[in-house]
Write a protein that binds this ligand. Structure first.
Ligand code: MF3
Ligand code: CO
Ligand code: CO
Length: 245
Protein backbone atom coordinates (compact mmCIF):
# COMPACT_ATOMS: atom_id res chain seq x y z
CA UNK A 1 0.00 0.00 0.00
CA UNK A 2 0.93 3.62 -0.14
CA UNK A 3 0.48 5.47 3.14
CA UNK A 4 -1.28 8.54 1.80
CA UNK A 5 -2.99 9.71 5.01
CA UNK A 6 -1.70 10.23 8.56
CA UNK A 7 -4.18 7.59 9.73
CA UNK A 8 -2.74 4.99 7.38
CA UNK A 9 0.79 5.82 8.48
CA UNK A 10 -0.19 5.55 12.16
CA UNK A 11 -1.93 2.24 11.48
CA UNK A 12 1.17 0.84 9.82
CA UNK A 13 3.44 2.13 12.58
CA UNK A 14 1.29 0.42 15.20
CA UNK A 15 1.40 -2.90 13.33
CA UNK A 16 5.16 -2.52 12.96
CA UNK A 17 5.58 -2.01 16.70
CA UNK A 18 3.73 -5.25 17.46
CA UNK A 19 5.99 -7.16 15.09
CA UNK A 20 9.15 -5.61 16.58
CA UNK A 21 8.05 -6.33 20.12
CA UNK A 22 7.15 -9.93 19.26
CA UNK A 23 10.60 -10.57 17.84
CA UNK A 24 12.23 -8.96 20.91
CA UNK A 25 10.24 -11.24 23.23
CA UNK A 26 10.94 -14.39 21.21
CA UNK A 27 14.68 -13.75 21.03
CA UNK A 28 14.81 -13.98 24.83
CA UNK A 29 13.18 -17.42 24.72
CA UNK A 30 15.50 -18.97 22.13
CA UNK A 31 17.76 -21.57 23.79
CA UNK A 32 18.59 -25.26 23.39
CA UNK A 33 15.58 -27.37 24.41
CA UNK A 34 12.79 -24.92 23.64
CA UNK A 35 10.30 -26.16 21.03
CA UNK A 36 9.28 -24.07 18.05
CA UNK A 37 5.67 -24.51 19.17
CA UNK A 38 6.53 -22.86 22.51
CA UNK A 39 7.97 -19.91 20.59
CA UNK A 40 4.84 -19.76 18.42
CA UNK A 41 2.59 -19.76 21.49
CA UNK A 42 4.62 -16.92 22.98
CA UNK A 43 4.13 -14.98 19.73
CA UNK A 44 0.40 -15.63 20.02
CA UNK A 45 0.38 -14.16 23.53
CA UNK A 46 2.13 -10.97 22.41
CA UNK A 47 -0.29 -10.62 19.49
CA UNK A 48 -3.31 -11.18 21.74
CA UNK A 49 -2.06 -8.61 24.26
CA UNK A 50 -2.10 -6.00 21.47
CA UNK A 51 -5.31 -7.13 19.77
CA UNK A 52 -3.26 -8.28 16.78
CA UNK A 53 -3.79 -11.39 14.66
CA UNK A 54 -1.53 -13.69 12.67
CA UNK A 55 -1.13 -12.44 9.10
CA UNK A 56 -0.21 -15.89 7.72
CA UNK A 57 -3.31 -17.40 9.37
CA UNK A 58 -5.63 -14.66 8.09
CA UNK A 59 -4.33 -14.56 4.52
CA UNK A 60 -3.18 -18.14 3.90
CA UNK A 61 -4.59 -20.33 6.66
CA UNK A 62 -0.99 -21.04 7.73
CA UNK A 63 -0.85 -23.66 10.53
CA UNK A 64 1.01 -21.42 12.99
CA UNK A 65 0.99 -17.89 14.37
CA UNK A 66 4.38 -17.13 12.82
CA UNK A 67 6.76 -18.93 10.48
CA UNK A 68 9.67 -20.61 12.28
CA UNK A 69 12.31 -22.12 10.00
CA UNK A 70 15.36 -24.01 11.28
CA UNK A 71 18.76 -24.49 9.57
CA UNK A 72 18.21 -25.58 5.94
CA UNK A 73 14.55 -24.58 6.08
CA UNK A 74 14.60 -21.27 4.20
CA UNK A 75 11.03 -20.06 4.74
CA UNK A 76 7.54 -21.02 5.95
CA UNK A 77 8.69 -23.47 8.62
CA UNK A 78 5.76 -24.77 10.68
CA UNK A 79 5.94 -24.49 14.49
CA UNK A 80 6.05 -27.97 16.01
CA UNK A 81 7.32 -30.07 18.88
CA UNK A 82 10.82 -29.83 17.40
CA UNK A 83 13.31 -28.91 20.11
CA UNK A 84 15.98 -26.41 19.15
CA UNK A 85 19.50 -27.71 19.66
CA UNK A 86 22.81 -26.08 20.38
CA UNK A 87 24.26 -24.94 17.05
CA UNK A 88 20.93 -24.47 15.22
CA UNK A 89 19.93 -21.33 13.33
CA UNK A 90 16.31 -20.33 13.86
CA UNK A 91 14.47 -17.83 11.67
CA UNK A 92 11.61 -16.00 13.40
CA UNK A 93 9.42 -14.56 10.63
CA UNK A 94 6.64 -12.53 12.22
CA UNK A 95 3.69 -10.99 10.34
CA UNK A 96 1.02 -9.24 12.43
CA UNK A 97 -2.32 -7.76 11.41
CA UNK A 98 -3.54 -4.91 13.60
CA UNK A 99 -6.73 -2.95 12.79
CA UNK A 100 -6.48 -4.01 9.15
CA UNK A 101 -2.80 -3.11 8.73
CA UNK A 102 -0.03 -5.67 8.24
CA UNK A 103 3.69 -5.53 9.06
CA UNK A 104 6.29 -8.25 8.54
CA UNK A 105 9.84 -8.81 9.83
CA UNK A 106 12.29 -11.64 10.35
CA UNK A 107 15.45 -12.19 12.35
CA UNK A 108 17.80 -15.16 12.33
CA UNK A 109 18.88 -16.18 15.82
CA UNK A 110 21.73 -18.49 16.81
CA UNK A 111 20.80 -21.25 19.27
CA UNK A 112 23.55 -21.63 21.87
CA UNK A 113 26.98 -21.73 20.29
CA UNK A 114 26.98 -21.95 16.49
CA UNK A 115 29.82 -22.38 14.01
CA UNK A 116 31.73 -19.22 12.96
CA UNK A 117 30.47 -19.75 9.40
CA UNK A 118 26.87 -19.61 10.67
CA UNK A 119 27.58 -16.36 12.51
CA UNK A 120 28.96 -14.97 9.23
CA UNK A 121 25.84 -16.11 7.38
CA UNK A 122 23.58 -14.25 9.82
CA UNK A 123 25.77 -11.16 9.48
CA UNK A 124 25.58 -11.33 5.70
CA UNK A 125 21.77 -11.45 5.69
CA UNK A 126 21.64 -8.43 8.03
CA UNK A 127 24.21 -6.59 5.98
CA UNK A 128 22.36 -7.33 2.73
CA UNK A 129 19.19 -5.90 4.27
CA UNK A 130 21.12 -2.81 5.36
CA UNK A 131 22.48 -2.27 1.84
CA UNK A 132 18.98 -2.60 0.47
CA UNK A 133 17.67 -0.04 2.96
CA UNK A 134 20.45 2.35 1.96
CA UNK A 135 19.27 2.54 -1.67
CA UNK A 136 15.52 2.42 -0.96
CA UNK A 137 14.58 6.03 -1.58
CA UNK A 138 11.94 7.76 -3.71
CA UNK A 139 13.06 7.95 -7.33
CA UNK A 140 15.20 4.80 -7.20
CA UNK A 141 13.76 1.60 -8.66
CA UNK A 142 12.75 -1.62 -6.96
CA UNK A 143 15.53 -3.27 -8.93
CA UNK A 144 18.14 -0.99 -7.34
CA UNK A 145 17.36 -2.80 -4.07
CA UNK A 146 17.94 -6.23 -5.59
CA UNK A 147 21.22 -5.17 -7.16
CA UNK A 148 22.53 -3.76 -3.86
CA UNK A 149 21.44 -6.77 -1.80
CA UNK A 150 22.86 -9.34 -4.21
CA UNK A 151 26.20 -7.53 -4.43
CA UNK A 152 26.59 -7.52 -0.65
CA UNK A 153 25.66 -11.18 -0.17
CA UNK A 154 27.92 -12.45 -2.95
CA UNK A 155 30.80 -10.24 -1.80
CA UNK A 156 30.63 -12.18 1.45
CA UNK A 157 30.75 -15.52 -0.36
CA UNK A 158 27.13 -16.54 0.06
CA UNK A 159 24.18 -17.00 -2.32
CA UNK A 160 20.78 -15.34 -2.52
CA UNK A 161 17.78 -17.68 -2.73
CA UNK A 162 16.62 -15.62 -5.69
CA UNK A 163 13.11 -17.04 -6.06
CA UNK A 164 12.22 -15.90 -2.50
CA UNK A 165 11.37 -12.22 -2.49
CA UNK A 166 10.21 -9.19 -0.57
CA UNK A 167 6.92 -7.55 -1.42
CA UNK A 168 4.57 -4.65 -1.05
CA UNK A 169 2.55 -4.88 2.17
CA UNK A 170 -0.17 -2.99 4.05
CA UNK A 171 -3.74 -4.22 3.71
CA UNK A 172 -2.57 -7.78 2.98
CA UNK A 173 0.75 -9.52 3.56
CA UNK A 174 1.69 -9.77 -0.08
CA UNK A 175 0.98 -6.81 -2.34
CA UNK A 176 2.66 -5.27 -5.39
CA UNK A 177 5.52 -4.80 -6.11
CA UNK A 178 7.67 -7.94 -5.89
CA UNK A 179 10.99 -6.95 -4.31
CA UNK A 180 13.71 -9.31 -5.53
CA UNK A 181 16.93 -9.67 -3.57
CA UNK A 182 18.86 -9.97 -6.83
CA UNK A 183 19.12 -7.73 -9.88
CA UNK A 184 16.59 -8.63 -12.57
CA UNK A 185 16.54 -7.79 -16.28
CA UNK A 186 13.90 -5.50 -17.76
CA UNK A 187 11.94 -2.53 -16.49
CA UNK A 188 11.34 -2.04 -12.78
CA UNK A 189 8.86 0.15 -10.90
CA UNK A 190 10.05 3.42 -9.39
CA UNK A 191 9.84 3.75 -5.61
CA UNK A 192 7.43 6.49 -4.57
CA UNK A 193 7.00 8.35 -1.27
CA UNK A 194 4.65 6.52 1.09
CA UNK A 195 5.00 3.11 -0.58
CA UNK A 196 5.30 0.30 1.97
CA UNK A 197 7.46 -2.70 1.10
CA UNK A 198 9.56 -5.37 2.73
CA UNK A 199 13.21 -5.98 1.99
CA UNK A 200 14.14 -9.52 2.95
CA UNK A 201 17.24 -11.28 1.74
CA UNK A 202 16.93 -15.04 2.21
CA UNK A 203 20.39 -16.43 1.67
CA UNK A 204 22.25 -19.75 1.72
CA UNK A 205 25.72 -20.88 2.66
CA UNK A 206 25.75 -23.09 -0.45
CA UNK A 207 23.74 -22.73 -3.65
CA UNK A 208 20.65 -20.53 -3.64
CA UNK A 209 18.34 -23.14 -5.17
CA UNK A 210 15.36 -24.12 -3.02
CA UNK A 211 12.88 -27.01 -3.01
CA UNK A 212 9.41 -27.36 -1.55
CA UNK A 213 8.97 -29.90 1.21
CA UNK A 214 5.22 -30.46 1.59
CA UNK A 215 2.59 -27.74 1.48
CA UNK A 216 4.56 -25.04 3.30
CA UNK A 217 8.22 -25.61 4.02
CA UNK A 218 10.82 -24.40 1.53
CA UNK A 219 14.36 -25.76 2.03
CA UNK A 220 17.71 -25.17 0.39
CA UNK A 221 18.10 -27.79 -2.35
CA UNK A 222 21.65 -28.66 -1.24
CA UNK A 223 20.75 -28.82 2.46
CA UNK A 224 22.98 -25.88 3.32
CA UNK A 225 22.21 -23.42 6.10
CA UNK A 226 19.95 -20.49 5.33
CA UNK A 227 19.55 -17.09 7.01
CA UNK A 228 16.86 -14.43 6.59
CA UNK A 229 16.62 -10.76 7.62
CA UNK A 230 13.50 -8.69 6.94
CA UNK A 231 12.03 -5.28 7.72
CA UNK A 232 8.87 -3.48 6.65
CA UNK A 233 9.66 0.07 5.49
CA UNK A 234 7.97 3.20 4.20
CA UNK A 235 9.69 4.92 1.26
CA UNK A 236 10.48 8.63 1.80
CA UNK A 237 12.54 11.22 -0.08
CA UNK A 238 15.43 10.27 2.21
CA UNK A 239 16.21 7.23 4.33
CA UNK A 240 13.27 4.81 4.62
CA UNK A 241 11.14 4.74 7.72
CA UNK A 242 11.71 1.28 9.25
CA UNK A 243 8.39 0.25 10.83
CA UNK A 244 9.60 -2.99 12.41
CA UNK A 245 12.82 -1.78 14.09
N1 MF3 B 1 6.42 -13.67 6.43
C1 MF3 B 1 6.33 -14.20 5.10
C2 MF3 B 1 7.00 -13.24 4.15
O1 MF3 B 1 7.94 -12.59 4.53
C3 MF3 B 1 4.91 -14.49 4.71
C4 MF3 B 1 4.44 -15.76 5.28
S1 MF3 B 1 2.81 -16.06 4.87
C5 MF3 B 1 2.73 -17.77 4.79
O2 MF3 B 1 6.65 -13.07 3.01
F1 MF3 B 1 1.49 -18.06 4.93
F2 MF3 B 1 3.19 -18.15 3.62
F3 MF3 B 1 3.43 -18.30 5.73
CO1 CO C 1 8.15 -12.30 6.64
CO1 CO D 1 7.81 -10.67 3.92
Amino acid sequence: MSTDTPEQLEGMKAAGRVVAQTIRELRKLVRPGVTTLELDQAAGRVFAAHGAQSGPQLDYNFPGVICISVNDEAVHGIPSGRRLRDGDLVKLDVTAELNGFYADACRTVAVGKVKPSAVKLIGAAESGLKRGLAVATAGATVNDIGVAVQHEIEKRGFSVCATLTGHGIGRRIHEEPTVFSVGMPGPSPTLTEGLVITIEPIIAAGEGDVVEDGEWIVRTADGSLSAHAEHTIVITDGAPLVLTA
